[in-house]
Design a protein around this ligand. Structure first.
Ligand code: S3P
Length: 442
């Protein structure tokens, strides 16, 4: 099977408008929320990647029908806890921790025991972080903190007060979803993280209140309220746009306009970080859409990028983008510093470990102390060597980051596991081609 991408040349200058894949976090949340709404929801521009298709398969197994129409998906929900769970049900979440963790929050009342599994990468992810569900009276088990997870719902759920200290939107959303099914008021004190679940529920007029104080959000929601089906058009994903923002910044005399991307404040850490590094990225045409905000992102090449002492409070809003942010730090003048990135090692692969290895491989000096790293930028970075990227648990973002490094820094690259892009950004290589980037698939 042809699954290795070879890149032998930097990309030539380009000046283009593009659209990136739809937002993955919003797509998964829309599928799950439609599955517990009353009536038929219509989702257009849904990301058709493996993670989202696994979400659709999961709700189907729970007795929820969906249909793909011309340019939208129809999902027929029966309200809260409207799932019809068969005995001995196993749900495979594939590569998606978001799906697995959020789904657990929706299964807290399921009558039969449900087993959750996933791919090789998901089997290495931490599921002990869902233990808090026990406080609601849910019977949940994992295998030494890992998959398979077994969840047995309860008819006697009780509200709980949860403190989420990791800054994980998946854990927070799981708690919120559990709160939907629980009588009374659920309180969640959560270290700030992406807030799409809260904003969608607010748009659906669900009784949920959020107060923001310092590094934390204080969430209060009233359980057992039904909400109606909805229509939603999913905007572009800033985590996918990130690859092209960085490619443009690092290439010569290039310009890109990335159309209609979600710019929710809890997601734009990459723009804030890169602008502190002198990137001058602009957000044009800002619009509000059903509790979220979208914009076109305008980026031009920059040859005077500077290092950053990255404020820790931006970590969560850039968590999926650090791999490409590190590429910018590699080319910036000065020593960049990033701190307390332990959550990066909890992703589809241990990304902090992999990133340090990667940067050293391309000749960048990196000093790591625990979960803090310093990257010694080299504005003259110009690679000549041979590089082979393999054994990274098919992490889609490592694959795409490696392609961006190859097209920006030069050298001869073989990058394994092209198919990993199907989890989040199936059109990634087509866009590279559209911009004039050359690659071969072997
Ligand atoms: C996501 C939350 C983040 C992020 C992931 C998507 C979400 O994970 O890395 O890609 O949609 O809630 P954590 O919640 O584990 O930080």
């Amino acid at each position: 099977m042809k699954n290795i991408v070879t890149i032998t040349k930097k990309i030539n200058n380009f000046n283009k408008k593009i659209k990136v894949s739809s937002d993955k976090s919003l797509s998964i949340r829309c599928v799950l929320l439609s599955s517990i709404a009353i009536g038929t929801s219509r989702l257009s521009n849904l990301l058709e990647s493996e993670d989202v298709l696994n979400a659709l398969k999961a709700i189907k197994k729970l007795g929820i029908n969906y249909k793909k129409k011309k340019n939208f998906f129809e999902i027929e929900g029966f309200g809260l806890n409207g799932y019809n769970t068969k005995k001995k049900l196993t749900i495979n979440a594939g590569n998606s921790a978001t799906l697995a963790r959020l789904l657990c929050g929706l299964l807290v009342k399921a009558e039969n025991k449900i087993r959750l599994i996933g791919d090789k990468s998901l089997f290495k992810r931490d599921f002990s972080r869902l233990e808090f569900l026990k406080l609601f009276g849910v019977n949940i088990k994992n295998k030494n903190g890992l998959l398979p997870v077994e969840i047995q719902g309860s008819r006697f759920l009780r509200p709980a007060k949860i403190i989420e200290k990791l800054g994980s939107a998946q854990v927070k959303s799981c708690a919120i979803f559990c709160g939907l099914n629980t009588p009374g008021i659920t309180f969640i004190k959560a270290k700030k993280s992406r807030n799409h679940t809260e904003s969608l529920l607010r748009y659906l007029k669900y009784p949920i209140k959020v107060k923001s104080k310092g590094a934390y959000d204080y969430i209060k929601l009233k359980g057992l309220n039904q909400f109606k089906a909805f229509n939603y058009k999913v905007p572009g994903d800033i985590s996918s746009a990130a690859f092209f923002i960085v490619l443009t910044l690092l290439s010569k005399n290039s310009k890109i306009l990335i159309k209609k991307v979600n710019i929710n404040k809890s997601r734009i850490g990459i723009i804030k970080i890169l602008n502190k590094m002198n990137a001058k990225i602009k957000l044009k045409n800002k619009r509000l859409y059903k509790g979220e905000e979208t914009a076109d992102i305008l980026v031009k090449s920059r040859n005077n990028l500077k290092s950053i002492y990255c404020p820790e409070k931006l970590n969560s809003s850039a968590i999926d983008e650090f791999l490409v942010i590190f590429l910018v730090a590699s080319k910036a003048r000065g020593i960049s510093s990033f701190r307390n990135l332990e959550e990066l090692n909890k992703k589809e692969s241990p990304r902090l470990d992999r990133a340090v290895k990667f940067l050293k491989m391309i000749g960048i000096k990196v000093i790591r102390k625990k979960n803090n790293i310093q990257i010694y930028g080299n504005p003259d970075l110009d690679l000549k060597g041979k590089f082979h990227i393999k054994n990274y648990l098919k992490d889609h973002r490592i694959f795409m980051m490696s392609c961006i490094a190859a097209l920006s820094f030069g050298g001869l690259w073989h990058i394994n596991d092209k198919d990993s892009i199907n989890t989040s950004f199936p059109s990634f290589l087509k866009i590279i081609k559209f911009l004039g980037g050359k690659y071969e698939i072997k």
